[in-house]
Ligand binder design. Structure first.
Ligand code: FCB
Length: 440
């Protein structure tokens, strides 16, 4: 790598991230059905209709996975707990085996001096709650608060940090407007409600966790820089709207107690009545903010209905996901988040990384492109730090190749290669490079 640990402040945290449904193996340990299982079982939603039933079998192999994390010199591990593993029906009787599993998981991290950074929801909603409208139903805030109390009642005394919901934009817009993720809806009213209820659930669970005496509570948001296709006013407005519903909506809600005007033009009529009253809960103070960053989008206006724009193919080199490599966006978001929203609050890059068409050959995976990607993004983060952004940590997505949602097991994001037939783990070249950077 082009950086090493000593280039950073002593307490800077390097980590790697994963999520429950993508790696655990959902079929094990009494977890309940989720909306990802039914979404994946519906033809056309997921490549080869693959699901997270097996994942990386992390449920049985977590010791081996944590040994890899520790050997590379990571300080922290960002993981998520599965609502349906803790509460198979979303509410009611907890699954003791599920609670025991997360208990063991946290202890196994601590044994290796890995800081457990927990996320309460990384997308696998219990099917029983989806049946009741899922994120469209306002009651989800309470259901989520109850779940937070149960899982954090068990592990909250030992986690280093906790965040309620991974990437509100994906839960709201991607899953209810674009229909790309479960529950696969394409409905503007569902979208408006889901986006608002996600924030209400976020705030509710922060209150619950504070009530448990927990500290170091944050929020994890994903950001995509929006570049206007040209210098026209229409293109600028189109990009500003993309920026509005993708990036600003959630930070405006949490830090300013309002939603962006340009987004309200479309979503306003579909939001719940008196939604403004919920900002008291939504604005619960946070201790840190996490940014997940991968790419940017080039945006062009069109004549269609709101939001009246298209994503245009950009000119930069792309990852296996077809995502343009644009490290400048990470720098810009770190600067803007501090300047306009978070001030002195510590920031973390909670996800950053790339999918690559990695090939295992003679026991090696030569993922030079990933090393390059990580170098460029870490450099962008360092530049922001030099200019005063209080960045406290950087986490790679992902430790392991895993279930990449609608794209099944095809897109490989891991520092460690997983053979999905044998489940063998093989550290890639990027893993070795990071290990040298972090341990020497
Ligand atoms: C993020 C998700 C994560 C993974 C990466 C590639 O949006 O949080 O689960 O899918 O993208």
């Amino acid at each position: 790598m082009q950086f090493k640990r000593s280039d950073f402040p002593q307490d800077f945290i390097f980590g790697a991230a994963t999520s429950s449904y993508q790696i655990e193996g959902h079929q094990f340990g009494g977890a309940g059905q989720t909306h990802w299982d039914s979404f994946a079982a519906t033809p056309g939603n997921v490549v080869r209709a693959e699901n997270g039933a097996l994942g990386c079998d992390h449920y049985h192999r977590f010791e081996e996975d944590f040994d890899l994390l520790a050997a590379a010199g990571f300080d922290a591990y960002r993981f998520s707990t599965s609502w349906a593993r803790v509460l198979p029906d979303g509410r009611g009787t907890p699954n003791q085996a599920g609670l025991d599993f997360y208990d063991r998981l946290v202890d196994a991290m601590l044994e290796r001096e890995l800081k457990p950074c927990a996320t309460l929801y990384h997308w696998e909603l219990p099917q029983a709650l989806a049946d009741q409208g899922g994120w469209r139903n306002r009651d989800i805030a309470k259901w989520f608060g109850d779940y937070a109390e149960i899982i954090m009642g068990r592990i909250g005394d030992r986690v280093f940090s906790a965040a309620p919901i991974n990437e509100p934009w994906c839960v709201g817009w991607l899953s209810h407007f674009l229909g790309h993720h479960a529950p696969g809806l394409r409905d503007i009213r569902a979208t408006a409600r889901a986006m608002h209820h996600v924030l209400l659930a976020h705030g509710t669970s922060i209150e619950v966790m504070r009530g448990l005496g927990m500290k170091n509570l944050g929020g994890v948001f994903n950001f995509e820089w929006a570049t206007p296709v040209d210098g026209s006013e229409a293109a600028r407005d189109a990009a500003a709207l993309y920026d509005g519903y993708y990036n600003r909506f959630f930070l405006d809600g949490v830090f300013k107690g309002r939603y962006p005007e340009n987004v309200l033009q479309g979503l306003g009529p579909h939001l719940p009545e008196n939604y403004q009253d919920d900002f008291v809960t939504i604005q619960q103070p946070l201790d840190w903010v996490g940014l997940n960053y991968y790419t940017r989008k080039v945006i062009a206006p069109n004549d269609g209905p709101w939001p009246s724009h298209d994503e245009v193919d950009g000119p930069l080199p792309k990852t296996q996901m077809g995502w343009e490599i644009y490290p400048q966006g990470l720098y810009d978001f770190l600067k803007r988040t501090q300047a306009e929203y978070t001030g002195d609050l510590p920031l973390f890059v909670t996800e950053n990384g790339m999918a690559n068409a990695d090939v295992l050959k003679d026991g090696h995976v030569q993922d030079t492109a990933r090393i390059d990607y990580l170098n460029q993004h870490v450099a962008a983060a360092q530049k922001a730090m030099q200019e005063g952004v209080p960045l406290s940590g950087y986490m790679v997505w992902s430790l392991l190749d895993n279930y990449e949602w609608a794209l099944g097991y095809e897109k490989r994001f891991g520092l460690v290669h997983v053979d999905f037939e044998t489940l063998d783990r093989t550290p890639k070249e990027s893993y070795s490079a990071l290990k040298i950077a972090l341990t020497s």
